[in-house]
Design a protein around this ligand. Structure first.
Ligand code: ASP
Length: 585
């Protein structure tokens, strides 16, 4: 905290600012009362606290100040007597004496201590009293880290010629994949706005509008189940650029992310590496690979090409992972748990093998494997005595999915633990799987992603093999965000809609407002958006994005401080022409 912000009409310094160089000065500090300790019969030590730290003040014992009272203390800075210096705090060499205390406001005793001890308090209590929780050092640090990241991103984007444009919050429903929040229209009863899942359509229209480079730190809303890295409302750095290829977009966004990281860690991350989606799946089994640890998936399909072992024979894909030195840790119970986990994810089974001290494989299945097959397993996985090997034989997607999950379960450090490993994952599939209801392919991301030019001829014959010019940015196994080069030709857009089973009439009805403008000369364009909450959480050393959001919702979507959501006033509903059903019992 720079001292230029300290003086106001009420104070001369912040509470974390005084050092020995201030000895002899008369100062005024404002803040909250922290700890109070008796100091003989006549005096008391009172810690006064603001967001910069605490200062010990020696006050008359008759002064009635208690925890969290808001005070202004004026006194003289002096050295602490020998032997009482506190090396743990930056103001530990001084104290303020001869104090005059003004109580600006009394306070009720807080429901939890306003210091690190509150980390052990039930999170619901912290959220209920978030305004008190926010007074704590950890939360102050997180909120300020967030502000520093936003500021670095803005500087970087503006330095790169991006123009900040705000887009509306009341929008039509759009097909971005998540469930939307709806807002009833009073003027047009029975009609609803949606809250934006992202500014996607508007930012593309800004490109039609000649804005060239748009950005916004945008609020996005998605009605999805909440978890550690997901809230109903979240903030994205949202960007779109005209006349660009994928490389231009990746470079611009990398620049903003690196500037943000540098602002917090003091170090500029190395150039962000890139891998294709296919490679990410083959090597890590997931599309958001955590590159901080090895244990990569190893190809074994051909090693079992003529195997007699039933579980492997004829399997489309056989892969294994080797958990180094973990054999002993996994007794029967834990192996059964791993097998159950594999089955939950969709595997038919899980083969495990331990490497014994003499380098041989120990497993209930070794008797079905030839010596050559066993040797291939050991060699390809580079297995050493004491290692645990896990093998899955299944469809390619299932094999990757199961081993990718087990790899993360077994090896993944907490998300915030360094080193920070950023990676661009490119060439995502344009479509993923088939919708059970419509029998049509489902869009891999949103339906505005551009098909890879090399795959356009497979569009109708083999849509599931078509790659998109779509990419994700991943940090330590968390997806930070996604983007793509877009379709700027209405004919191609209609073709994608038709593969998705959206008829031209439906497309015009639902997205006419988006498709028609493209008839007026849309430039080639592409963009990206990444979740600021996630980036901040990782750089702030937090595992849950709630810790870096001033007023988050709980896992079940409620705001414990305000009580939202609440039943509306019947009059409001009447105005909107809405009648609600009784809650489901
Ligand atoms: N709108 C997309 C999202 O929120 C990002 C993009 O394609 O630019 O995931």
């Amino acid at each position: 905290m720079s001292s230029t912000t300290s003086p106001t009409s009420m104070r001369t310094h912040h509470c974390g600012e005084l050092r020995t160089e201030h000895i002899g000065q008369t100062v005024s500090l404002c803040g909250w009362v922290g700890r109070r300790r008796e100091h003989g019969a006549a005096l008391a030590f009172v810690d006064v606290r603001d967001h910069t730290g605490i200062t010990q003040c020696v006050v008359d014992n008759n002064v009635d100040v208690r925890s969290e009272y808001v005070v202004r203390i004026t006194g003289v800075v002096r050295a602490r007597p020998e032997g009482t210096v506190n090396a743990n705090i930056p103001t530990g060499e001084i104290e303020v004496g001869e104090c005059v205390v003004e109580v600006l406001r009394t306070a009720e005793p807080p429901p939890f201590p306003i210091d690190a001890r509150a980390d052990d308090v039930d999170e619901n209590t912290r959220l209920q009293y978030r305004y008190l929780d926010l007074r704590r050092e950890r939360m102050q640090r997180n909120i300020r880290t967030r502000a520093a990241i936003n500021s670095a991103i803005r500087r970087s984007m503006e330095g790169q010629g991006f123009v900040e444009v705000e887009t509306p919050m009341l929008v039509p429903s759009t097909p971005e994949g998540a469930r939307e929040f709806l807002v009833p229209s009073r003027k047009d009863p029975g009609s609803f706005y949606a809250l934006p899942q992202s500014p996607q359509l508007f930012k593309q229209l800004l490109m039609v509008g000649g804005i060239d480079r748009y950005y916004q730190i945008a609020r996005c809303l998605r009605d999805e189940d909440l978890r550690a890295d997901r809230q109903y409302e979240f903030m994205q750095l949202d960007a779109e650029m005209s006349f660009v290829t994928q490389d231009d977009v990746l470079e611009a966004i990398s620049e903003a992310v690196m500037a943000a990281a540098e602002a917090i860690t003091g170090e500029r991350p190395p150039a962000i590496e890139r891998i294709t989606w296919r490679e990410a799946m083959e090597r890590f089994g997931v599309d958001k690979p955590d590159l901080r640890f090895g244990m990569e998936l190893v190809e074994l399909t051909d090693a079992f090409g003529s195997t007699e072992f039933k579980a492997f024979a004829g399997a489309a894909s056989i892969k294994g992972i080797c958990a180094s030195g973990r054999a002993e840790e996994f007794g029967r119970n834990k192996l059964d748990q791993l097998t159950d986990r594999a089955k939950q994810i969709g595997a038919k089974g899980l083969v495990w093998m331990r490497v014994s001290t003499d380098g041989a494989l120990e497993s209930p299945v070794t008797k079905f494997l030839t010596e050559g097959e066993q040797a291939a397993v050991l060699l390809r996985l580079g297995a050493q005595p004491g290692d645990l090997i896990l093998i899955v034989a299944d469809e390619w997607e299932t094999t990757c999915d199961v081993l990718g999950t087990l790899r993360n379960d077994l090896g993944r450090p907490p998300v915030f633990e360094g080193p920070y490993r950023y990676v661009w994952v490119t060439e995502f599939p344009l479509f993923v799987g088939v919708d059970k209801e419509t029998g049509r392919p489902k869009p891999g991301h949103h339906p505005f992603c551009r098909p890879h030019p090399d795959d356009v001829d497979k569009f109708e014959s083999d849509p599931l093999s078509v790659r998109a010019l779509a990419y994700d940015l991943v940090l330590n196994g968390w997806e930070l965000g996604s983007g793509s080069i877009r379709i700027h030709e209405p004919e191609l857009q209609r073709k994608v809609f038709s593969v998705l089973g959206i008829s031209p009439e439906e497309a015009d009805r639902k997205f006419g407002f988006f498709l028609r403008p493209f008839e007026y000369g849309a430039p080639p364009h592409g963009g990206f958006a990444f979740g600021i909450d996630r980036l901040v959480a990782i750089l702030a050393g937090e595992e849950n994005i709630r810790e870096v959001i001033a007023f988050p919702k709980t896992q079940s979507g409620s705001d414990l401080m305000t009580g939202a959501p609440t039943p509306p006033d019947p009059r409001q509903l009447a105005d909107l022409g809405i009648r609600t059903l009784p809650p489901k019992s």
